[in-house]
Design a protein around this ligand. Structure first.
Ligand SMILES: [Zn+2]
Ligand SMILES: [Zn+2]
Length: 970
């Protein structure tokens, strides 16, 4: 470790460590968030002959193992940070900081998604407010307007991320519509087209009449809705097209679609209709003759067993139409108004047409019944408009070949290895099920904002020209007839087409020449994807399909064929849980329980919010976000702040008497001599054990375990015990004793220096341990430890603590056992003091009955017992004196000797007050425990706690009554 020789911080020529008295997260967080971005701290340059692989990272220029590369799930450019983002980014930042500090080259790539529908809607709303529209502007001007919107507002969510301190490489920030990424989108499309994997076809799509585009199945939200089932009778025709007087009754939830009926289907074995096979019907209102077709798909049990067939407006009917070669008649335009195929209903909105059609049918006596009916209605996820299944011409990817690779990448191979591993593991099954039943992917959207499909239509031969793979520029003429009368396709590509390519495109694909492929060689495949379940199919699955497909064609750096294991976009996927409110309810705008992370951050500081999320995050468990916990973690931060102030104060005092800490002993795992005082040996052993546990927990995505392990160490072991004990060793007054001999002073100095060194070492190391979780607080205090002359630009570029057998005193289990004995003795004495009402400041003798081993520990460390339990003398006895109230543990009995001169009146008053208080508390507890309704609802641990509390109160009440009776009568 290259520590600056100019290490002024711990010497006496300057008053160092000026920390404000109060911990104020806002001030320090704004400062460091800006510093990290300005200093480009987390930038990872493209590896090259002249760059070391860790140019900006790490202290020692050594990086171990594979780079840790991670992509930010790109938020929509229209987005605002919500609690889900905050969890997602906290988890990613903890892992990235931890991996970076553990010696791996860590690269986290940020960016935003152009979010086709969402962004277009946003700008359309603006235009509506201005009394204009996108149609009024025209395509080119509209797209220019969206770009302008993006320049103004598109960076908002990234600015919020900067405030959260995420350790991303801002120099690599991308936008999915960037020229570089757009090139990848075009190349992916033309390659798939050349490979025969893209086709254009008529298909039933989910059409949003508001957004006026096809949307994917995944973007349709189904909601139960009360509606009706209309039963309509269609007249059967006999020879010569004459009505026979017989009818077939069909039922529908969307009567307006009957305008596009081209058949009625029945089950081939349905006996009710056997005599009608091969007959025709007259379609009411339209007068058209339509056939009766037999199809085993029809359910005989449902309704009348006869189904109207509208191939252009229903996916199942479309399939029947294909099987029976029926015409498809589209009766609606893209606003869901009836079009010219709807005869007299032309121009009417679908719901207006519905009313009129039902009325007309009733007038003609063809309406059999109207029944109440609840069905699942699809709504547009973006704008909540009811989706209209509608036949339209779209672009598709033949997904099967891509899906096969994507399945192989997740299924275990013959040796049981998986190229991609899911955590929690159950998502693997969900993914494979979906991937096995996948349909061709409709990639076209009827939007203006997005990547326009690189295909040109010829108005002469009506064929399509798609550029050759590897080409640039737009074609000038039709590839089939040579005509220059060609126009580009107006549709754009589904947003997920471009985001599905991100793992390859952000590292330079498809432009991978020997000169340009350094990033790709170094960083693909990425190590990990951290994301929510909601985009498992939208995004994760598509990245796997497209990544495996295109990266598979890129040779390895040594020119060899790339295996599937090296073609995957990421080696691990971690699916995180949902953040719910404190009552475990899903956050929603309608419920009004949405927590704005930025507001909470303003109130408690980013570090406390991050720690709250981490403390509850583990695979597969939803988080019930509770502000009370955040308040607690802010107190934790404050506790560490105060500890730092105490330490720095002592460092400064030590400097005055010539004691300094050798800076070269910082920045590593502290070692300790075998003859050092117990607390020093103990805290060092605890620190190593804590580091081991935290590393193991993070390895398994147990953020919660890691956080609580650090919390217990820092608050419990370090602040509550070690700091209190070490005060014994930091008594600088002794060094000024005039009468002391030279040797005496030197020995004291040596002990103080050793204590101070361990104190600063352990604190510095604990800051590094906490740093991935609370990056701001630890950055501030770490710089203060070094008093502005730190050995690196940031604590984030130092090493994460690793437990090591090679460090002296790292595994001192004796110290841990001995300390346990002392701790329990001190805890019992403190409890006894409280029970018998010893004044806070009074030092009192204690009696201890114990075995030889524990007695040795207590004797050797009597100064610790005396200080922490305010004990004047430890008396070892064979039997605790009769009349003393004692506490017992397996190792010892202990009693406090305390005789007070009683103010009988005051004591009587106090006890009477106490008794009243206990009685009241007891009554309340009994009332609650007698409440059947409460007991039925309350969780078991709450009831248990209450029972325990009741028993304790009862005990205290009895003691107070006994004490009151024992008081001398006045
Ligand atoms: Zn919509
Ligand atoms: Zn042509």
């Amino acid at each position: 470790m290259g520590v600056s020789a100019n290490f002024k911080g711990l010497t006496k020529d300057k008053m160092p460590h000026e920390l404000p008295k109060a911990y104020d997260p806002t001030a320090i967080e704004d400062h460091w968030a800006g510093y990290w971005v300005r200093e480009n701290l987390f930038a990872v340059p493209t590896p090259g002959p002249n760059t070391t692989s860790v140019q900006n990272q790490g202290l020692d220029g050594q990086s171990g193992g594979q780079p840790f590369v991670i992509l930010l799930p790109p938020p929509n450019v229209t987005g605002r940070l919500h609690m889900g983002h905050m969890l997602n980014q906290t988890e990613m930042d903890i892992l990235t900081r931890w991996r970076r500090m553990s010696g791996r080259l860590a690269l986290w790539v940020p960016g935003t998604d152009h979010a086709g529908i969402a962004t277009q809607m946003m700008v359309e709303r603006q235009l509506t407010a201005e009394g204009s529209s996108r149609q009024h502007l025209g395509r080119e001007a509209f797209v220019a307007r969206v770009w302008e919107w993006r320049r103004h507002y598109g960076g908002a969510i990234l600015e919020q991320m900067k405030r959260l301190g995420v350790s991303v490489d801002w120099s690599r920030e991308y936008f999915t519509m960037d020229e570089r990424l757009s090139l990848a989108v075009r190349e992916a499309f033309v390659r798939l087209y050349a490979q025969g994997l893209i086709y254009r076809g008529a298909y039933i799509v989910n059409w949003c009449p508001r957004c006026q585009t096809a949307i994917s199945d995944l973007e349709v939200v189904h909601q139960e809705q009360k509606g009706h089932l209309w039963e309509i009778k269609y007249p059967v025709l006999g020879d010569g097209g004459k009505e026979t007087g017989e009818f077939i009754t069909v039922a529908t939830t969307r009567p307006e679609t009957m305008l596009g009926d081209t058949a009625v289907a029945i089950h081939p074995e349905d006996e009710r209709y056997l005599h009608l096979h091969g007959k025709k019907l007259r379609l009411p209102l339209m007068g058209r003759e339509i056939p009766i077709v037999v199809d085993p798909w029809v359910s005989r049990e449902f309704g009348t067993g006869a189904v109207k067939v509208t191939p252009a407006h229903d996916p199942n009917d479309f399939a029947i139409g294909e099987r029976h070669h029926l015409p498809s008649i589209n009766v609606m335009d893209d606003r869901a108004h009836i079009n010219e195929n709807g005869g007299p209903y032309k121009g009417l909105d679908r719901y207006v047409a519905r009313k009129k059609i039902v009325a007309d049918l009733e007038a003609q006596g063809l309406l059999v019944a109207i029944k109440d009916y609840t069905n699942n209605v699809g709504h547009c996820d973006r704008c909540k408009t009811v989706v209209e299944p509608r036949l339209s011409t779209q672009w598709f990817i033949k997904i099967q070949p891509l899906a096969e690779k994507a399945i192989a990448a997740v299924k275990p191979d013959a040796e049981g290895n998986k190229a991609i591993r899911f955590t929690p593991e159950n998502y693997e099954k969900i993914y494979l099920e979906w991937m096995t039943n996948i349909h061709d992917w409709c990639i076209s959207r009827q939007l203006w904002w997005g990547h326009r499909i690189p295909a040109w239509h010829c108005s002469v031969c009506h064929k399509i020209t798609v550029p050759q793979p590897g080409s640039t520029g737009d074609p000038a003429a039709c590839a089939h007839c040579g005509s220059d009368q060609i126009t580009q396709e107006t549709d754009v590509l589904d947003t997920w087409f471009s985001s599905g390519l991100l793992p390859v495109s952000v590292f330079g694909w498809p432009n991978l020449t020997p000169e340009t492929r350094a990033d790709f060689d170094a960083f693909y495949p990425t190590a990990l994807l951290v994301t929510g379940f909601d985009i498992l199919f939208f995004w994760v699955a598509r990245m796997i399909m497209l990544g495996c497909w295109f990266a598979g064609d890129v040779p390895m750096p040594d020119g060899s064929q790339r295996s599937l294991a090296d073609s995957v976009p990421f080696r691990e996927v971690y699916i995180h849980a949902l953040v719910r409110d404190a009552n475990r309810e899903k956050m929603s705008k309608t419920k009004g329980n949405v927590i704005d992370p930025i507001e909470i951050v303003k109130q408690y500081g980013t570090d406390a919010v991050r720690f709250t999320l981490a403390s509850m995050a583990s695979p597969g468990t939803d988080i019930a976000f509770n502000v009370a916990r955040t308040e607690g973690y802010r107190a934790f931060a404050n506790k560490i702040w105060n500890a730092a102030r105490f330490i720095f104060m002592n460092v400064d005092r030590a400097a005055e008497v010539g004691i300094t800490v050798d800076p070269s002993t910082l920045g590593q795992m502290p070692a300790v001599a075998a003859d050092a005082p117990l607390e020093a040996r103990w805290i060092v052993a605890e620190l190593h054990a804590t580091a081991a546990k935290v590393n193991e927990s993070l390895e398994n995505y147990r953020y919660d375990e890691a956080a609580s392990t650090i919390y217990q160490f820092f608050w419990g072991s370090f602040c509550d015990w070690y700091l209190e004990i070490v005060k014994l060793r930091l008594d600088f007054e002794g060094n000024h004793v005039v009468n002391g001999t030279e040797g005496q002073i030197l020995r004291d100095l040596k002990g103080t220096r050793a204590a101070l060194t361990t104190l600063v070492q352990v604190f510095e190391c604990a800051l590094r341990l906490l740093s991935p979780f609370m990056p701001f607080l630890t950055e501030e205090l770490w710089h203060a430890v070094y008093d502005g002359n730190p050995p690196a630009k940031s604590i984030a570029l130092t090493r994460f603590p690793q437990a090591s057998y090679e460090v002296r005193g790292a595994w001192d289990t004796y110290a841990q056992v001995e300390m346990q004995v002392l701790q329990s003795l001190i805890t019992e004495v403190r409890a006894l003091r409280k029970e018998i009402g010893v004044e806070e400041k009074a030092a009192v003798p204690i009696e201890v009955r114990t075995d030889a081993a524990s007695r040795r520990i207590a004797e050797e460390n009597h100064d610790i017992i005396e200080r922490l339990a305010r004990v004047s003398e430890v008396r070892f006895v064979d039997q605790i004196a009769a009349g003393l109230s004692k506490h017992s543990t397996p190792q010892f009995d202990v009693a406090v000797i305390y005789e007070r001169t009683l103010d009988v009146t005051a004591e009587r008053e106090r006890l009477t007050k106490d008794i009243a208080k206990y009685e009241k508390g007891l009554a309340a507890a009994e009332r609650q425990l007698g409440n059947e309704a409460f007991l039925a609802k309350a969780p078991a641990h709450v009831v248990e706690g209450l029972k325990k509390q009741e028993a304790e109160t009862r005990l205290l009440l009895e003691k107070a009554r006994t004490a009151l009776e024992a008081l001398p009568k006045e």
